[in-house]
Design a protein around this ligand. Structure first.
Ligand code: MG
Length: 238
């Protein structure tokens, strides 16, 4: 069954941009983090004091700054941009990243350099790390929380249609026309916990997923051209 997508949220790093720009393994080695998962959450839980936390986080910020110079558009981005432009006002879009506001600025510059419209024209709402919500009057918790998705739906003005929902990540999504595409388990968890559909983009080479993770994924995409196809309405439909 094809579900009409009326709103799409995209992760930035490794989703809209090519994977590998941020060398997560290098950061994990430098701070002594043994597992995969959210680096910032691991630091918050494992740093012995504020000083160590600041030193560990400094490695993350440095690596992110270096990664901005390596940022490239993800495979199939042209098709995605075309699909978004073709849909016009019938498709709401957003970026949800745990990266910095600087990364969103660098992404905008990359788009313009590459002959695409400004980022804000393609992606109407953009949420980065440390996003202050006017509605909550505090910073939102970022992925894998449901909060960034709720914030985006509010900013789209779609809370009537997609009432803020908190769900378990293994529940069937309630708001099927909203699709959140990302390359990480936390993107899919954030989507499902807010009751929207999750799409995992693999860019060709992903390790096999754990079964618990697989249960939180609604759709699989190899690259952005497949996402573009999912956003493209068949000609006869209104
Ligand atoms: Mg990512």
């Amino acid at each position: 069954m094809t579900v009409d997508v009326t709103a799409a949220i995209f992760d930035l790093d490794g989703t809209l941009t090519a994977p590998g720009a941020i060398r997560f393994e290098g950061i994990r080695t430098r701070i002594g983090m043994p597992t995969s998962g959210s680096i910032l959450a691991w630091i918050a839980a494992n740093a012995r004091d504020q000083g160590e936390r600041a030193r560990m986080e400094a490695h993350v910020w440095e690596e992110e700054r270096l990664a901005l110079e390596r940022m490239e558009l993800g495979l199939g981005f042209s098709a995605l941009a075309r699909a978004i432009q073709t849909r016009g006002a019938s498709l709401k879009t957003a970026i949800c990243t745990r990266n910095s506001g600087e990364a969103l600025v660098a992404f905008d510059a990359l788009l313009r350099r590459s002959g695409f419209p400004p980022s804000a024209e393609l992606f109407h709402v953009q949420i980065a790390r440390a996003h202050f919500s006017e509605h909550l009057q505090r910073e939102i918790e970022n992925k894998p929380s449901h909060e960034p998705v709720h914030e985006i739906i509010r900013r789209w003005g779609l809370t009537q249609r997609f009432a803020p929902t908190i769900a378990h990540e293994h529940e069937v999504p309630r708001h099927t026309p909203v699709l959140f595409v990302g390359d990480d388990v936390d993107d899919c968890l954030s989507a499902r916990r807010a009751g929207v559909r999750s799409g995992l983009i693999r860019h060709g080479s992903r390790a096999p997923e754990q079964p618990a993770f697989a249960k939180a994924v609604d759709r699989h995409f190899d690259d952005l051209s497949e996402v573009a196809a999912a956003l493209t309405r068949p000609p006869q439909s209104g």
